[in-house]
Every structure is written in C-alpha cells, then in structure tokens.
Design a protein around this ligand. Structure first.
Ligand code: UT7
Length: 324
C-alpha cells in the first residue's frame, strides 16, 4: 500500500441549502447521520476527471508514473459509460501499459476491489495496481426525496498497491453478498416495452433514482459489519486490540459508533469525515484513508481494519498494513 489520493468537486451543498428544497433541517440531518455538507459534481464534471485527479495524487505519493501501472480497477456504480469508465481513466492518465476494468459492488466496491487487486498481485500476474473508488451519486438521487437526498455526495479516492516479495500486507479479508435483500437499496433499470416487429418487443428504459429502506440497511450494517471484521481479523490472526485504525464506509455516524462500540474499538481509532462529504459510496473509504494518511496520523506499519457495506446487499472487510 504505497500511495493514496483523493479528489472531490469543489461545489459544496450544506444541510441548510437542502432545507430550501425539501422538508428537512440541519438539526435532523446532523443528529441522525452526522452529515453537515456534501460535494456535488457540476454538469461539466465527469467521474473520469475526478477519479483521475485522485489517481494522480496516489501515484505521486507512491513515487511512480502512470507507465508503471499494470492494472487499474475502478470501483464504481456511477460510470460515465455503462460499458465502463476505467479505460477512459487509463487514457486520461496515459497509463498505456495498464489493463483497466470497472468493478461494481456499490458501497462495498473499494473493499471488494482491494481483495481483487491483491489476488492479481499474489499470483504474480501484476506488480502494480491502481485501485480507485469513485462515485457521483448526485446523478442518481431523487432530489425531492428527503429520506435519501440528504445522505449522498460525490468524490473519488485511490490507492496504489504494489507487490512486495517479502511481506503480504493484506493480512485478512472476508467478503459477503445476500441478493435476497436486494430490494433494500436499489438504483434499478426499468424497461419499457418497445415493439420492433409484431413478434419482437425489446425493453428499453432508464435507471430509476436510488430507493432505500433506511431502517433495514441500518440494522443490517450494525449487525453484519462487526461480524465480517471479526472474521477478517481471525484470518489475519490479529486481535481487535491490534487494530490501529477503523475505516468504515462513511454512511452514518451512528453506524460507525455502533460498530466500534460492538467491537470495543475506542473512538480515537475511528476515522470519520462524513460531516464534510456525506456518503460517497465506493469513494468513502479511500477518501477517509487518504485524508488521515496525509495528516500523518496513519503511519507506515499501522494496521487498518476497513469495511464496506451497501447495495447488493454486499459487505466485506479487509485487514491491511499501510506502507511498503
Ligand atoms: O451506503 C449504503 C448504506 N446506507 C446506509 O447505511 C443507510 C442506513 N440507514 C440510515 O442511515 C438511517 O436509517 C437514515 C439516516 C437513512 C434514516 O434515519 P432513521 O433514524 O432510520 O430515520 P427513519 O427512517 O426511521 O425516519 C424517522 C422520521 C420519519 O418520520 P415519521 O414517520 O417518524 O414521522 C421520516 O419521515 O424522520 C423522517 N425523515 C426526515 N425528517 C427530516 C426522514 N428523512 C428525513 C429528513 N429530514 N431528511
């Protein structure tokens, strides 16, 4: 784990601003979620440009150039192009030797991507992987639905993972999916029948805005996230006390507090930046990680427990050591 970077649109929308177009208040949003503002991409901004900015910062910290990258994995649910945006980022960076693909696992995307990247490194297939988590959920939020529109924001984070023949820094992981609960959180395609011939009808439609059963997802997160972290720690042969930092998907401060409490991890070890960004989906863990790395709080050798959870439903945890 040799470099991190992040980027977010400069336009900020605070809770007070939202109360001008839906029936809500700064008091409700801040007390129920911990969120105070979120960044929003403007119509002329793309996932590609924001993700590439985060990626450049990560490459710079790692001290490598785009030409050193073998593989780019873009964890996103909000690509600029449904065929994938990773290749566009590869071109934008000039990472001409890298193969690039998108990975979709909603808010768990970064954690799933980290495990995927590590498999390529462990087999010896690739030496240097650029893993990006980026989402522009503002494109898909129903801005008239106060139950969801207050939660989400836009941004991107990235890390560089490089082969080290002597040490494996991904110490343990656990990934899970439960499609039976898919309807709890969706950004679903809705087809409309379109008749081509009398016998042939195709379904052409659009994706519908985010729908969430907040209470169900809340209960799921508070129960399942501690379980996967404990499982990943078991695989890493580490105890909870050996975790230096807990970096959870930034969905709700109350979820962070409840998970830390269940695990017995003190608040000083829990990284939280959702007050400033809201829920940025696949970007939330790498943005939070990057900020703390750049503050110098996370130091080389520190043990980090990261956990993502969200639509699918998907959830997972990785235990890793920061640094070379
Ligand atoms: O990234 C994917 C993972 N997503 C998550 O982890 C989200 C998990 N869920 C949550 O974080 C919480 O469930 C929410 C923050 C979404 C909602 O908080 P809650 O404490 O579960 O609120 P609630 O849904 O039980 O709603 C309580 C009340 C309702 O009013 P009534 O029925 O009691 O009169 C809602 O209509 O709050 C109302 N409400 C609002 N009021 C003001 C819902 N949204 C708002 C709002 N402003 N924005």
């Amino acid at each position: 784990m040799t470099g991190s970077g992040s980027a977010a649109p400069s336009r900020a929308l605070d809770n007070q601003d939202i109360s001008h177009f839906v029936d809500t208040s700064d008091e409700w949003i801040a007390s129920r979620t911990g969120i105070r503002q979120r960044r929003l991409a403007q119509p002329d901004q793309s996932l590609k440009t924001i993700a590439a900015a985060a990626a450049r910062n990560a490459l710079e910290m790692a001290g490598i150039t785009p030409l050193d990258v073998d593989l780019i994995i873009l964890a996103t649910s909000t690509p600029d192009d449904l065929f994938g945006t990773a290749s566009q980022i590869q071109a934008e960076l000039g990472a001409t030797k890298a193969v690039a693909f998108d990975l979709t696992a909603a808010c768990s995307g970064f954690v799933f991507g980290m495990v995927t990247a590590a498999q390529f490194i462990h087999t010896g297939a690739y030496q240097t992987v650029l893993l990006i988590g980026a989402d522009l959920l503002s494109r898909w939020v129903d801005w008239s639905d106060r139950r969801t529109c207050v939660l989400f924001g836009d941004g991107a984070g990235a890390i560089v993972m490089q082969a080290n023949p002597d040490i494996n820094h991904l110490l343990g992981f656990e990934l899970r999916s439960d499609g039976t609960q898919n309807s709890c959180l969706t950004l679903a395609y809705q087809p409309q029948p379109r008749e081509l011939t009398a016998e042939t009808i195709v379904g052409q439609g659009n994706f519908q805005p985010i729908q969430m059963n907040g209470q169900e997802v809340y209960r799921f997160a508070v129960k399942k996230v501690p379980e996967v972290i404990e499982k990943a720690l078991f695989r890493a042969e580490l105890s909870v006390a050996q975790v230096d930092w807990l970096v959870l998907h930034q969905a709700n401060q109350r979820i962070l507090d409840a998970v830390a409490d269940r695990l017995g991890i003190p608040a000083v070890k829990v990284i939280s930046n959702m007050a400033r960004y809201g829920n940025t989906s696949a970007a939330s863990i790498p943005i939070a990680l990057d900020e703390v790395v750049r503050e110098g709080r996370i130091k080389p050798g520190d043990v980090i427990a990261a956990s993502g959870f969200g639509a699918g439903l998907t959830w997972g945890a990785t235990i890793f050591r920061w640094g070379k």
